[in-house]
Design a binder for this molecule. Sequence first.
Ligand SMILES: [Zn+2]
Length: 148
Amino acid sequence: MTSGIDRISWDINHASGYLLCFDVPFGPVDPGCHADHYDGIADVLRRRLSRHEQGKGAKLTAYARRAGLGWTLTLIWENIDRTEERRLKANCGMAWCPRCRTEKVMAKRDPAYGQAIAAAKAWRFKPGLRQGVPVDVQVMMILEFHLH
Ligand SMILES: [Zn+2]
């Protein structure tokens, strides 16, 4: 038999953890200083992801949204708590991300692939300036991959 108190406890302790992988890392190029992932925890994941899309979910995703950068939801952990979330954050997302792990495997198999991915990730968005003040601009980055 389940009491009302058990039900409340279940709701609090069984949130979803999630990992967002930015399509383009941003910030300084130095390893460990740029942002390539965001991980969080949410009681209602769909609502939290919607908040990120609106630029209201977190400072990091709000910054990415204002800069016009996208991300992909690459992983969901069910039944996670804040302690587990801190453990995941300590790994900066990279160790858990299926998309990044796939890129690592592909880079080991084909060094040219690794070089192409590294070059693409080294690209950084620089806002357009008008009299020293950032203004909205539209940027298109074209990456050509040639398979041999
Ligand atoms: Zn990733």
